[in-house]
Design a protein around this ligand. Structure first.
Ligand code: ADP
Ligand code: MG
Length: 278
C-alpha cells in the first residue's frame, strides 16, 4: 500500500465567497514508503496548502488524501494520520513552544498520549538524529537559525512519523544553516528509511531528491525523476522556476553549439559531458 495517496484533490479558500481562491485543483499522486520527493513551484502555486492537507490540518474541498489508506477526513483516526505525517514549517521560532529543548521536543508525543518513559527515549533519539544531543537541557533561544530548525525537526521526529514534510525549512537560514538542515535530512533518510517530501525554492536542494513534483497555479505540471525534471531548463522557466546551475550552464553551452550528451543537473555530470566531447 502507498504511504500517501492523493486523489483528484481540490482545495478552495473562502469557498462561495467573493474572495474565493482555488489553491489546488485536480492534484493526484502516490508516494511509496522511502521516497525522497522535492515539491517545487512559484510563489502561490499551492505548495503550503498541499503540505497542510497531507496531514489533515485542512480538509479537501473535493477529492481525498489517504495516509496509509486512511482518509485524512476520518476524525476517529486523525491521531494515526497526524503521527504518520509530520510537517516542519519555514520559521523555527514559530514552532518552539517551551524554554527547555527537551520539553519542546516532548510536546508532540505528550499531545499524542505517549507514556513518559517512551517520550524520554524519543527525545534522546530525535536529538541524536539531528546531531543536537548535547543541547537536551539547554534553551532554544541562543541557538543559530540552523540549530533551531534542527530542533524543530527533532520535535516532529519525536512523534515518530513515517513521512516528513518540510515546508521551505531552509528558506530563512544562512548557507551554513541550509547545509546543516540538508545534511540532517539525508542522515534521517539513511538511518530511518523515512519518506521525505521537501518543499524548496532552491534547485540545488531539489537536485538531491529522487523525484520532483512541480505545481503551477494549483496543478501538477511535472512529476518525474529529479534528473529529468531539473534538466529541462526552458520548461522550468515557463513555470517561473530555476534549474540547478550546472543544468543552466549545459543549456547555454548547447545553445552555443556544444553537443553535450545526457541529462545534466550536477557539476560532476557537466564535467563528464565536457570530457566526452574530447
Ligand atoms: P505556496 O506555498 O506555493 O506559495 P500557498 O499554498 O501558500 O502557495 O498559496 C496558494 C494560493 O492560496 C495563493 O493564491 C494564496 O494567496 C492562497 N492562500 C494561501 N493561504 C490562504 C488563506 N489562508 N486564505 C486565502 N487564500 C490563501
Ligand atoms: Mg508556501
Amino acid at each position: 500500500m502507498n504511504i500517501l495517496s492523493v486523489k483528484n484533490l481540490t482545495y478552495i479558500y473562502n469557498e462561495d465567497m467573493e474572495d474565493e481562491v482555488t489553491a489546488l485543483s485536480g492534484v493526484s499522486f502516490d508516494v511509496e514508503e522511502g521516497e525522497f520527493i522535492a515539491l517545487v513551484g512559484a510563489n502561490g502555486s499551492g505548495k503550503s496548502t498541499l503540505a497542510r492537507l497531507l496531514n489533515g490540518l485542512r480538509e479537501p474541498s473535493s477529492g481525498e488524501v489517504l495516509v496509509r489508506g486512511i482518509p485524512t477526513t476520518d476524525r476517529d483516526r486523525i491521531f494515526e494520520v497526524r503521527s504518520t505525517v509530520g510537517v516542519v514549517f519555514q520559521n523555527p521560532d514559530n514552532q518552539m513552544v517551551a524554554t527547555i529543548i527537551e520539553d519542546d521536543i516532548a510536546f508532540g508525543p505528550e499531545n499524542l498520549g505517549v507514556e513518559p518513559a517512551e517520550i524520554d527515549r524519543r527525545v534522546d533519539w530525535a536529538l541524536e538524529c539531528v546531531g543536537m544531543k548535547e543541547h537536551r537541557k539547554g534553551t532554544p533561544f541562543r541557538l543559530s537559525g540552523g540549530q533551531k530548525q534542527r530542533i524543530a525537526i527533532a520535535g516532529v521526529l519525536a512523534i515518530k512519523p513515517r513521512v516528513l514534510v518540510l515546508d521551505e525549512s531552509t528558506a530563512m537560514l544562512d548557507p551554513r544553516g541550509k547545509k546543516e538542515v540538508m545534511d540532517t535530512i539525508e542522515r534521517i533518510r539513511e538511518r530511518e528509511g523515512m519518506t521525505v517530501i521537501m518543499i524548496t525554492h532552491f534547485p540545488e536542494e531539489a537536485a538531491r531528491a529522487d523525484r520532483v513534483i512541480a505545481l503551477d497555479k494549483g496543478r501538477i505540471v511535472i512529476d518525474e525523476p529529479a534528473r529529468r525534471a531539473l534538466s529541462g531548463v526552458e520548461r522550468l522557466r515557463s513555470y517561473g522556476l530555476d534549474a540547478p546551475l550546472p543544468a543552466r550552464v549545459a543549456y547555454e553551452l548547447r545553445r552555443r553549439g556544444m553537443p553535450l550528451e545526457g541529462e545534466i543537473i550536477s557539476a560532476e555530470e557537466l564535467k563528464e559531458a565536457l570530457w566526452r566531447l574530447k
